[in-house]
Ligand binder design. Structure first.
Ligand code: NCD
Ligand code: ZN
Length: 343
């Protein structure tokens, strides 16, 4: 690394929402321009419930990519109360992982799991066939405060699942708290976590102080500064349990700027620049490549990418909006200045 340039193995996005139809066509190119692979979240409406659904969705994504793209979409099965061991066995060759959305936890999670015991037979089969479990780690009981839902999920659900399935690989997705960092650190090598750019760069003041900022609203919701600091420390620590997953989740400007705004932050067009900013601000830019380009592939047992990307130190301004499925989409940190730019 020179002072004003850094070259990395091409990164992968281990948590990405690409949607379908016109939305997919609008956003797929952005991830393809940065990332080698993406773990494609299955929360479509209707969701990706079977091997056939995953194959059809993968074909739709490949058709939406630029002609010269080498981006590889890695598919994920959406777990429901009805997912059987046979569903898992049938899908094991078509998907890279299966995702647990507690019912009602987030966007398009209505068909999610209502009680973890309902998927125990499926989890047994995933453990046997080495299909990783991806977890949206929040309880959904209305009486639990939204800022506590991740910590309560760890205590009530995740600690039990990790104990009951010691050989199951689990990715605790988009972690937002020191509680989650501490849980992952104390857990076995089978347990890892993704961290988003918004949770590294922002805290709940950036969403709520001085006026409500709907474009900083995502789930799990931004937490207080001390949690943000714990996430920065984890991401830049060089510990292979923590790796890149943007959770880039496009919603139209109208759907975000509403009396009941959608959860989701859109970061795909400059995801690596956002992570570079967070690592640079922490004085740990030399740790970025491990986090962005090595640890995720290693955890999934996949080869690291052979291509390289280069970032150069140069101030530039994020666009204020992008065209999106008949409307516009406002990206994360719209109009703000970042210090590193992809060459
Ligand atoms: C995601 C979406 O919009 O699909 N939203 C979000 O706030 N992160 C769903 C999710 O990952 O929770
Ligand atoms: Zn997500």
């Amino acid at each position: 690394m020179q002072n004003n340039k850094i070259t990395l193995i091409q990164p992968d996005d281990w948590h990405l929402h690409l949607r379908s139809g016109a939305a997919l066509k609008a956003v797929a190119k952005f991830s393809a321009a940065q990332m080698g692979r993406g773990i494609i979240m299955p929360n479509l409406n209707p969701p990706v419930l079977s091997a056939a659904d995953a194959q059809a969705y993968q074909a739709e994504i490949l058709a939406a990519l630029p002609a010269d793209s080498t981006f590889e979409p890695l598919m994920v099965l959406y777990l429901t109360d009805q997912t059987t061991p046979k569903t898992i066995a049938d899908a094991a060759q078509s998907v890279t992982a299966a995702k647990l959305y507690p019912a009602g936890a987030t966007t398009n999670s209505a068909s999610g799991v209502s009680n973890i015991s309902n998927i125990y037979p499926a989890l047994e089969m995933m453990q046997k066939l080495a299909v990783p479990l991806l977890v949206h780690g929040e309880v959904t009981r209305p009486e639990v405060d939204i800022f506590d839902r991740e910590a309560v999920f760890i205590d009530e659900i995740l600690s039990k699942v990790t104990a009951d399935f010691p050989d199951l690989k689990i990715v605790f997705e988009h972690i937002t708290t020191k509680n989650a960092v501490d849980f992952v650190l104390a857990a076995s090598a089978k347990i890892a976590a993704t961290i988003t750019p918004q949770h590294l760069l922002k805290n709940r003041n950036d969403m709520l102080a001085g006026g409500i900022k709907p474009h900083n609203y995502c789930l799990p919701v931004l937490k207080r500064l001390s949690h943000q600091q714990a996430l920065i420390q984890a991401a830049t620590s060089g510990n292979p349990k923590f790796f890149l997953g943007t959770d880039s989740a496009p919603h139209s400007k109208n759907d975000k700027e509403s009396a009941c705004g959608c959860a989701g932050v859109f970061s795909a067009p400059y995801a690596i620049e956002l992570y570079a900013q967070a690592f640079f601000d922490a004085g740990e830019l030399d740790k970025l490549e491990d986090f962005a380009s090595k640890f995720g592939a290693d955890f999934y047992g996949l080869k690291q990418n052979s291509q390289r990307i280069t970032l150069q130190k140069q101030d530039w301004k994020v666009a204020t909006e992008f065209a999106f499925a008949g409307g516009v989409i406002v990206p994360f940190m719209a109009g703000q200045t970042l210090s590193w730019q992809l060459v």
